[in-house]
Structures are given as structure tokens and as C-alpha cells.
Design a protein around this ligand. Structure first.
Ligand code: MV4
Length: 663
């Protein structure tokens, strides 16, 4: 008999949905928790029961242990699955569950605590003979000791916060003379971010791959690994692409890394799902980095190549049952690649975008999996991570998986907010990635400002946008009572009835005229160029057109009057008919009223009243959604008013500065 039959999911979004699916399929009663912002969310609708735990901010909802435990008590939940993020690696929460008699679906509080400190974790791993980066991880934190240790290790050196993760408090130091300063700044950043200024030192591995091994352990002392994932494609320590297996893996290396990962888990009496992160250098040497004591975002690629359901296995172990499989039963087959689809603007330093997803339709396709937490019409709110979905493709070979993923991205309908889809497609198409050569340096090396800038539409795209706008407007006119005759709407004598659009393209405006032809089709003039265009088929959000004889499949959405978004080859362009919307001179020139682009914390303010600024002067830096965003002046002039103060919380559209431009 099972020890528990109900599971509360202490999370939201796609991972809550993911966990609920498996829990339900195994016959568990599922209980969702949600914040006021998530009342209409998918995870709430899917669960058997749902409990409102508080307002939108995470401190008052998804991070509030007391409220979550109260929800468990109220609904009689016997187990809690924490998902990833939020409370998943909070040892106090794991302990509190245990004390309340609720099964925490995860490792012991002791294991979470131990792996939460890099220095302690590394000392344990060295003792267990798990290969680690040569370094210093002892208690004596004096400069003299650290400098002496650094000389022994040899430069370049990595300075890391012992309590840290994700690159914060991390410094790469090439020469001894820069070490003292780096130690001081790393300490202050670490203290600020993690409440501890303890540091460790490591030899810097140059352009490594990030290769992590999925491990699983049961309470009978069995531990296995489920192969590795390569997560080298990251941007500022945020993973962008993950795959299994690692493209340069060999059976021999996998056996060694797998054995080291299993040893790491066993040496700390681990239980459940865990991930052992390694750096892999160009000579195939691997080094333990840290262990994540949770189910990871990228677990689907492991599921696809092993055929196993990792959430089901987590629940099985939490029930006290043995794993039931041995290492030789784990067979890896094929290749899986995952990308994280985000609501963010790559052209604006990856600024997260919030707002309503007006249309969403995941592409169907062989070997394609979408892990999604949202639905058409739902909001990406400023309170949570702006990930829209994980898109995962499987194939017998890496090339099949890669191409299926590109097609799935291109064929997915998504409108309403800016996404990183185009960036993901560009990465997957990049030669170094295609060859499996991407290291942690890949994005930094290949995706600089130029490549991330918004692409200007070409003439064919402008012509398609104009014709689609024309047809949408015609449909609206037809359905309006004022129009009685179809002939009036459609009639043309080959160019006499012209509809004119003006689209902005980079710095110039382009005139586009649409002339319906008598025999069907359109003659479209874009600037000086004449194109012939035919609409072969048009449904909700999808259209097939022929432009000068070339067939195109596009997605489109007519937003408000005169505004149309067009997705061509996975790149979304927005067209605003500037005849319908004359830009005010002030708006065109940028505004002296500088407002917050999103909710967040102002880390620093760089100007004061009376300062003279230029277009592009950095006024302040805002931290939101784990990232820093520069707030720049849009006009040159004199700062008249500074409303912003450092360390204050701001909401989207809050006025921060007023700049008066000279006459
Ligand atoms: C390193 C390293 C090179 N040498 N440690 C970055 C975040 C943290 N998890 C560890 N990180 C690194 N540690 C040594 N001794 C390079 C990185 C690193 C990195 C690691 C994984 C994925 C992406 C990365 C991007 C830059 C640096």
C-alpha cells in the first residue's frame, strides 16, 4: 500500500503542470497552490483542488512556507512536490514538511544544506574521490592565505562565493596583481547577494562545457545515473539550450563521469533526483562543480533519451520503494534538444516582456514535446520568471532532433509579446552548434549586439503585411452594417482603387500601396518596387501567400487597427501603419519622462538634478527577474527631477526622471 495518495505542488507554471500530469496519471489526488496573479492559470485548472495562498509577489505566496504548509494541512495533502526554484532547495522547508508529517518529494534537509555551500560540498567530494577543480576551499579566509593558495594553484584563477551560484560573486583573475581587488569585490558582492562573504578559489578552466549527470537514489541505498546533459549554451549563467547526450561524450567518459556522479550521491546518502554538475575541458578532463538537489528545468531531455518519467521515479522513491532498475537497465537512445522560449526582447538586452499572449498554438510534430504552463489569452506577469514554454525535440540522431526543433519553433503560433524565438532558431542554425562544438563561450562569442538587433523587414514581408492588413480591414468592413455591397469593397479596375500604408523600416518610412487586381491577387508597390502577390489561403493566424511566384507560409495577427504582426520563418515583425497612427513629434524624438520599463529594484542611480545628459547616458540600473537592466536617457538635456532613489522598489511605468531638452 502507498504511504501517501495526495500531492500538493508547491510551484506554478510549466513545472507545476508537468508534475500534476504524472501525479494524476498515477492516481494521486493533486492540490495546486496559487497566487492572486495565477487564479486563471493552467496548473490551477488542472489540479483536483487549488488553494489561494496570497498576493502575486513570491515572498507572500510561492516562497511563503507557512502558507504552503497551511494549504497542505487544510486539504489533507500527504506529500509536497516543490518543483524547481522557489522552495525546492530550501532545507528549512524540507525540514518543516518532515516535522509536519508531510513527505517532501526530494532529498533530506541535510543533503540540501550540505550541497548549498560550495566549500563544504567540495571538501566532501574530495574526500569521496570525486574529481574536483584544483583549488582552495578551507576556512581561513585571510587575504594572505588566499593569495598564497592562488599562487600554488596557478593563474588564471576563479574566485567564487561559497554560498553562491549562477555566477554571482564570481571573478576570473588572470594575474596575481589583480587578486586583492577581486577578492574584495567578490566578498562584497557575495555578502550582498547571499549573506556570506566566504570564498573559494579554483583554477580557471578555459572555455569548458557544462555537462551535468542526472542521478537517482532510493532509500535502500541504490544509486544510478541516467546519463548526462550538455547545457553549455548559456547566456549570463541562464541556460538557453540543453541536450542529451553531450555531443562529445564517449561510452568510456560517460562511465567515468557517471561513476563519479553516483559516488557523489552515495557519499552523502542522497535520496531522489539530483544533478551533479561538471565542467568538461577540451582534453575531456571533468571536474565536479556543484550538485543541484532538485528536479531540473531541463529534465525532459533525459526523459526522452531514457524513456523514463523522472517525476514518477521521484514519487516512487518518496514512497520508500526501491528504484527497481540497475545501471545496466538504463539504455540511452537517440538525441533530445530543449530550448527555453522566453518572453524577452533580445534586441533590448534581453529585457523581459510582460503582457497578454493573445494567441498561442504549439506546433504539432513528430518527436516534439512542449512543456507549457500558459494558454492563449493568459498573461506573462512581471512577478515571475518570463519563460513561456520549453520546446523539446527528439530524434534518432542529433541532426533530426535539431531540425525538428527548428521546425517546431517556426511553426508555433505566438503573438502578443516579444519572444526570444528568433534568437533560439539562430542558435540552432549556427554552424558551431550544428557541429556540436558549442562551449560555454558560444553565445558570448557569436551573439553580440549586431546579431541581436531587431531585423528590418524586407520588401516581400512589407508587401505581405500590407495585403494581410488590407484583407483584415476589408473583412471588418464587410461585417460592419455600413457596408452593403461586396463589390464596393473588392472592386478594382487594376490599380485604381489603391490602399496606402506607411511602414517604418529602420530610420526611414516606406510607402506601400495595395491594388487588388480584377483576376484576384494584388499588385503591391513597396517603395519603388512592384510585387505581385496572391493569397492562397488564410485562416486564423496562418496564411499562405505567393510573392512574385514564391510560396510563403506566415503567421499573422491583426492587433488594433493598422497594426499587424507577421511571423516569417520564426521571426516576428510588427507593422504599424503610420497613416493610421501619426507619431507625435515628442514620441518620435523620445521622451524626457523616463519611466520604469518593469517592476524591480533600482540598484543604483547615476545622475542628479541639474546634470546634463546625452541620448544613451546611463541614468540608473534596475534589477528585475534576476537580471540587471540599464535605464538610459532617450533625449539629451538637463535632468530636472530625480524621483528614483537607489535600493527602492519601482513598478512598471513609474516616473523615475524628468529631462528637459534645450529649445
Ligand atoms: C568555472 C569556470 C571555469 N573554471 N569554474 C559559472 C557559473 C557557475 N555555476 C560556475 N561557472 C563557471 N565556473 C572554473 N574553475 C567557468 C564557469 C562558467 C560557466 C559554467 C557553466 C556554464 C556556463 C558558464 C559560463 C561562464 C563561466
Amino acid at each position: 500500500m502507498r504511504n501517501f495518495n495526495s500531492i500538493l505542488i508547491a510551484n506554478r507554471g510549466e513545472i507545476a503542470v508537468r508534475v500534476i500530469k504524472t501525479a494524476k496519471s498515477l492516481g494521486y489526488r493533486t492540490i495546486a497552490v496559487y497566487s492572486e496573479a495565477d487564479a486563471a492559470a493552467l496548473h490551477v485548472r488542472m489540479a483536483d483542488e487549488a488553494v489561494l495562498i496570497g498576493p502575486a509577489p513570491v515572498q507572500q505566496s510561492y516562497l511563503d512556507m507557512t502558507k504552503i504548509l497551511a494549504a497542505a494541512k487544510e486539504t489533507g495533502a500527504e506529500a509536497i512536490h516543490p518543483g524547481y526554484g522557489f522552495l525546492s532547495e530550501n532545507a528549512d522547508f524540507a525540514r518543516a514538511c518532515e516535522e509536519a508529517g508531510i513527505v517532501f518529494i526530494g532529498p533530506s534537509a541535510e543533503a540540501i544544506d550540505l550541497m548549498g555551500n560550495k566549500a563544504a560540498a567540495k571538501r566532501r567530494m574530495i574526500a569521496a574521490d570525486v574529481p574536483c577543480v584544483p583549488g582552495y576551499e578551507d576556512q581561513d579566509q585571510s587575504d594572505d592565505t588566499l593569495i598564497a593558495a592562488a599562487k600554488d594553484i596557478g593563474f588564471p584563477i576563479m574566485v567564487k562565493a561559497a554560498a553562491g551560484g549562477g555566477g554571482r560573486g564570481m571573478r576570473l583573475v588572470h594575474e596575481e596583481k589583480n587578486l586583492t581587488d577581486a577578492l574584495a569585490s567578490a566578498r562584497s558582492e557575495a555578502l550582498n547577494a547571499f549573506g556570506s562573504d566566504e570564498l573559494i578559489l579554483e583554477k580557471a578552466i578555459i572555455e569548458p562545457r557544462h555537462v551535468e549527470v542526472q542521478v537517482f537514489a532510493d532509500t535502500q541505498g541504490n544509486a544510478i545515473h541516467l546519463g548526462e546533459r550538455d547545457c553549455s549554451v548559456q547566456r549570463r549563467h541562464q541556460k538557453v539550450v540543453e541536450e542529451a547526450p553531450c555531443p562529445v561524450m564517449t561510452p568510456d567518459l560517460r562511465e567515468k563521469m557517471g561513476a563519479a556522479a553516483v559516488e557523489a550521491a552515495q557519499s552523502i546518502n542522497y535520496r531522489g533526483a539530483g544533478t551533479v554538475e561538471f565542467l568538461l575541458d577540451a582534453g575531456n578532463n571533468f571536474y565536479f562543480l556543484e550538485m543541484n538537489t532538485r528536479l531540473q528545468v531541463e529534465h525532459p531531455v533525459t526523459e526522452l533519451v531514457t524513456g523514463m518519467d523522472l517525476v514518477a521515479l521521484q514519487i516512487q522513491v518518496a514512497q520508500g520503494e526501491p528504484l527497481g532498475i540497475e545501471q545496466q537497465d538504463v539504455k540511452l537512445q537517440g538525441h533530445a534538444i530543449e530550448v527555453r522560449l522566453y518572453a524577452e526582447d533580445t534586441a533590448q538586452d534581453f529585457l523581459p516582456c510582460t503582457g497578454r499572449i493573445t494567441s498561442w498554438k504549439a506546433a504539432a510534430g513528430e518527436g516534439v514535446r512542449f512543456d507549457v504552463g500558459i494558454d492563449s489569452g493568459q498573461e506573462i506577469s512581471p512577478f515571475y520568471d518570463p519563460m513561456i514554454a520549453k520546446v523539446i525535440a527528439y530524434g534518432d540522431s542529433r541532426e533530426v532532433a535539431r531540425h525538428r526543433l527548428i521546425e517546431a519553433l517556426k511553426n508555433t503560433v505566438i503573438f502578443g509579446l516579444t519572444t526570444n524565438r528568433g534568437f533560439l532558431i539562430d542558435i540552432l542554425n549556427e554552424e558551431a552548434f550544428a557541429k556540436g562544438e558549442a562551449t560555454t563561450a558560444f553565445i558570448g562569442d557569436l551573439f553580440g549586439g549586431e546579431r541581436l538587433a531587431a531585423r528590418a523587414p524586407d520588401q516581400s514581408e512589407m508587401a505581405m503585411a500590407a495585403v494581410l492588413l488590407y484583407q483584415v480591414e476589408r473583412d471588418r468592413a464587410k461585417s460592419s452594417a455600413l457596408f452593403v455591397s461586396d463589390q464596393l469593397v473588392d472592386w478594382s479596375s487594376g490599380g485604381e482603387l489603391l490602399t496606402r500604408y506607411v511602414f517604418a523600416s529602420e530610420d526611414e518610412k516606406v510607402d506601400v500601396t495595395v491594388a487588388p487586381m480584377r483576376e484576384g491577387g494584388y499588385n503591391v508597390v513597396v517603395g519603388e518596387t512592384s510585387l505581385s502577390l496572391e493569397v492562397m489561403g488564410r485562416g486564423e493566424n496562418k496564411a499562405q501567400l505567393t510573392v512574385d511566384g514564391k510560396r510563403k507560409h506566415v503567421h499573422y495577427e491583426a492587433l488594433t487597427d493598422g497594426v499587424l504582426e507577421l511571423t516569417d520563418d520564426g521571426k516576428t515583425l510588427r507593422f504599424t501603419n503610420e497613416i493610421a497612427f501619426p507619431l507625435s513629434a515628442a514620441a518620435a524624438a523620445g521622451s524626457g519622462q523616463v519611466t520604469a520599463p518593469m517592476h524591480g529594484t533600482l540598484l543604483d542611480v547615476f545622475v542628479k538634478t541639474g546634470d546634463t545628459v546625452e541620448v544613451g547616458t546611463r541614468l540608473a540600473v534596475l534589477e528585475a527577474m534576476k537580471m540587471q537592466h540599464d535605464i538610459l536617457a532617450e533625449v539629451s538635456g538637463v535632468v530636472q527631477n530625480v524621483i528614483a532613489t537607489a535600493a527602492s522598489q519601482v513598478s512598471v511605468d513609474d516616473l523615475l526622471f524628468e529631462i528637459e531638452a534645450p529649445e
